[in-house]
Design a protein. Structure first.
Lengths: 327, 269
């Protein structure tokens, strides 16, 4: 435990700095000591929820990505690989279309639609992979490959639904829908729901980190050394799915945080889940907070979608990490 | 034969055990006892059910019929962590996707003994001495993924050693080892048995088994012959099990068997 403290403290400091920067700076410039109290209060009331939302979404995505990588025993898995994000995006877009048809406010139905879609996707996934979750596979790679293939197929199906929704949407709505898909952090209403989910997920993962260390090395291996593998796998999938669904419902499908952060931290601090999982929450939160700060300030007063920044920063970063890691 | 009172309960006992691989019945009605201090080698042709038997005995795979008793208790009544304290299995293949230090890989064996957090000093001392016993003490800080197949197999052996179960099951522990290392591994297993554990290892080398094992379980496709090494390793029984001729030849280490296809029909491999 003692050897983890320096890394976690450094990441915690980075997170606090990122949050402070995100609160102090924005599209209207940075707060000055000379600013009036009213101005400060107004800016804080806008920026604090947004910074916290970015942090929670980033932390949830990175944690979910790290858990998926253990579950699928594949360092390149991400939170979206099993189709949960596709499900919630399809749910959100279809809800937007339905709201237009019925004359309801679009903003109000997006998040419930996304949660509903994620829930449906999860039920579908569980229903399809249940037999392979219940047994230990004969071959070590078989069970995770089955799960992965099922998830990728579901994602492809939801991708088609998303394209369908975009193609039949009225032109006036198309822009909002595409922005939602790329991901944006304007809406902080789900923060109070998301924060406890993330906290519970982190506590669960941390408590089971020693078991997850063994699970990462193989189902049979973990079972032989005393891990209740069947139960752990189901819980792991539930926790990762809850994190993904919450993050997507809050901010759309923001890419690359869930892949780059766990992978990068794995190269930096190693594979020990007892350190990696809490580090992912802090690192992911800090990264998305900073990315959102960039999105708000680079082209101010125009706000770029944060998903564009994470991808623009994430792609070269990921390729660099991949190139410097030993083959 | 039933209800015999022994001074000690056998570590492992099977009653009318049947083992299947998919639809294929590999073993039927196996009555077998393994006691502490015994070193059993399981011999037989490819696909005869050696690995499946070990997986059933370890509780990874359900038996098709009959029952397995571990320390006199039904295998199915153990929780995973209780089971990990009583039996360990060296898998034939261990595929690691994530890199980690060899020492951490070995300490995984201590999982059931603690909560996964505490006592790292004691655990790492145990892991270091286990690595020393398998001849890898120089590699403790290395990345597991950079090791050779034979070295990884010995890391798994060290993991089993720190797990310290009463029953050690090993699926071809010598498969990736060079000739000298094969002797060391078998010697190590013999020592484990002499220290009071029960050891069951599947093996392809009849002469290694003859030299180190105290007992042999010979699977010949339909039945299993179990007994002391001298009693089972006879040319006639081996020929029935493997389908080729065996000639005993004198050597400094006692009799060794030389296999020959002879007049027997040539096996298609």
């Amino acid at each position: 435990m003692r050897r983890y403290l320096p890394v976690l403290c450094a990441l915690l400091l980075l997170s606090l700095l990122a949050l402070a920067a995100a609160v102090l700076c924005g599209s209207t410039g940075c707060l000055r000591p000379s600013a009036s109290a009213d101005q400060v209060a107004m800016l804080l009331s806008l920026r604090v929820p947004r910074a916290l939302t970015a942090f929670a979404v980033g932390g949830a995505l990175a944690l979910s990505g790290a858990l998926m990588q253990v579950l699928l025993r594949n360092p390149l898995a991400d939170p979206y690989v099993l189709g949960l994000s596709g499900g919630s995006a399809a749910g959100a877009l279809l809800a937007m279309l339905a709201a237009l048809r019925l004359g309801w406010p679009v903003q109000a139905v997006t998040a419930p639609g996304a949660l509903l879609g994620a829930g449906l996707a999860m039920l579908l996934l569980f229903g399809l992979v249940r037999p392979s979750l219940r047994h230990l596979a004969v071959s070590p790679l078989l069970s995770s490959q089955r799960l992965l293939l099922t998830g990728v197929m579901l994602a492809a199906g939801f991708g088609a639904l998303i394209s369908l929704a975009l193609s039949i949407a009225p032109d006036a709505q198309l822009r909002g829908m595409v922005f939602w898909l790329i991901g944006d952090l304007d809406d902080a209403r789900l923060l109070l729901l998301m924060a406890p989910v993330l906290l519970l997920a982190l506590l669960w993962s941390w408590r089971h980190a020693p078991s997850l260390n063994l699970l990462a090395r193989g189902d049979a291996f973990a079972q032989l050394l005393g891990v209740p593998v069947m139960r752990l796998r189901v819980m792991l999938l539930c926790v990762a799915a809850a994190c993904t669904a919450g993050a997507v419902a809050m901010a759309g499908t923001i890419g690359f945080v869930g892949l780059v952060v766990p992978h990068g931290l794995r190269l930096l601090v190693g594979n020990d889940q007892r350190l990696l999982l809490p580090a992912c929450v802090l690192g992911g939160g800090a990264m998305l907070t900073l990315a959102d700060l960039l999105a708000r300030t680079v082209a101010a007063p125009v706000q770029l979608p944060v998903g564009v920044i994470t991808a623009l920063v994430g792609v070269p970063m990921f390729l660099w990490l991949l190139a410097r890691s030993r083959p | 034969m039933t209800n015999m009172t022994h001074s000690s309960v056998p570590v492992l006992q099977t009653r009318q055990l049947a083992v299947c691989a998919g639809e294929r019945v590999l073993l039927q009605a196996l009555d077998w006892q393994v006691r502490a201090g015994e070193f059993w080698c399981v011999l037989g042709r490819n696909g005869v059910g050696k690995s499946s038997l070990l997986h059933v005995l370890a509780g990874l795979q359900a038996a098709h019929g009959g029952e397995v008793l571990l320390q006199g208790r039904a295998l199915s009544s153990f929780s995973p962590s209780q089971l990990a304290l009583q039996r360990g299995l060296l898998l034939q293949h261990q595929q690691d996707a994530f890199s980690l230090p060899v020492l951490d890989a070995v300490m995984a064996g201590r999982f059931a003994h603690g909560d996964g957090w505490g006592g790292p000093e004691k655990d790492s001392a145990l892991a270091l001495s286990a690595l020393e016993q398998v001849g890898l003490s120089g590699l403790a800080g290395q990345d597991l993924l950079r090791l050779s197949g034979g070295e990884r197999q010995r890391v798994a052996l060290a993991t089993l050693l720190v797990q310290a179960p009463a029953l050690c099951l090993l699926d071809e522990p010598t498969s990736h080892q060079d000739i000298a290392a094969q002797l060391q591994v078998m010697q190590l297993l013999q020592e484990w048995a002499q220290e009071g554990r029960a050891v069951v290892a599947s093996c392809h080398d009849i002469n290694l088994a003859r030299r180190f094992a105290s007992h042999i379980l010979l699977l010949d496709g339909s039945t299993a012959h179990g007994g002391t090494a001298e009693a089972i390793l006879q040319p006639a029984a081996l020929e029935a099990a493997y389908g080729c001729r065996f000639f005993p030849v004198a050597s400094p280490d006692g009799v060794v068997f030389v296999a020959s296809q002879g007049e027997q029909e040539k096996r298609k491999v």
